[in-house]
Design a protein around this ligand. Structure first.
Ligand SMILES: [Zn+2]
Length: 247
């Protein structure tokens, strides 16, 4: 326990030192509201990570969306947050942000640190239309039966509500690439980009969502936030799929 506390203190001190070393106003993180001279390079990408909150480019895009469309957080039934990212939780969890008053539930297949552990392809603990807001970012690429997951997402999202989906995507590919025979972690890195991904999505992810009974609004950072693309160092490929149950 004492070791964990020391590690936590070390991490906090390192973060403060990094923030100081990179102080400036060339880039802006809309997730935590801090500016820096640049972001941290990671995964062979320049300006990937926020020094303060760890937001990636896709988190910064999502934070901008929530900021630009505050009506999304006019939640009455509740918000379900899959694989909750720390930087996004700061924006949508009423336990952290007391200005929000709705019911918030975090979930993951891994039970550590979430309110409701469950399998996204079989959410028996959740009723039909139980949530009017669902955030599911960078989850479906881990799920072998993503069609079952999408059907469940459509089922639990209330009529009039929304479900925000993001997946790693080859924006130049019309079709997703998947091959269930590829199970070796190193092979998966080569084929899908990460050792535990089971496919690399193409633009047909929208068709899959539609087939599951969702109406899909495609939100491109380039089209939605042209004024913030450079300052927030967003990636054009970080498409957001704002889905609503089809009538
Ligand atoms: Zn940040």
């Amino acid at each position: 326990m004492a070791t964990a506390r020391i590690d936590q203190l070390r991490t906090g001190l390192r973060r403060r030192a990094d923030m100081f070393a990179h102080r400036g106003d060339a880039v802006f993180c809309p997730a935590c509201g801090h500016s820096f001279a640049r972001f941290k390079d990671a995964w062979n990408r320049p300006d990937a990570l926020c020094w303060r909150c760890g937001a990636h480019e896709r988190h910064r895009a999502l934070a901008l969306l929530l900021g630009r469309r505050p009506e999304l957080l006019d939640v009455t039934r509740g918000l379900l947050h899959f694989a909750p990212e720390w930087c996004i939780s700061q924006l949508v969890d009423p336990r952290i942000n007391p200005a929000l008053t709705y019911r918030y539930v975090s979930t993951d297949l891994d039970p550590v640190g979430v309110d409701l552990p469950m399998d996204i392809t079989d959410m028996t603990a959740v009723g039909d239309g139980e949530f009017d807001a669902v955030i599911c970012s960078h989850v479906l690429e881990h799920v072998p039966d993503d069609r079952a997951a999408m059907l469940e997402l459509a089922r639990i999202t209330a009529p009039g509500g929304w479900c925000l989906i993001m997946v790693p995507l080859d924006a130049g590919a019309a079709s997703s690439y998947e091959d269930s025979a590829i199970t070796d972690p190193a092979e998966r890195v080569r084929a899908f980009g990460q050792h535990d991904h089971v496919r690399l999505y193409g633009l047909d992810v929208a068709d899959r969502l539609t087939a599951a009974g969702l109406t899909v609004e495609r939100i491109s950072p380039q089209e939605a936030f042209p004024d913030e693309l450079d300052r927030c160092r967003l990636l054009g490929a970080d498409l957001m799929w704002l889905c609503r149950p089809s009538a």
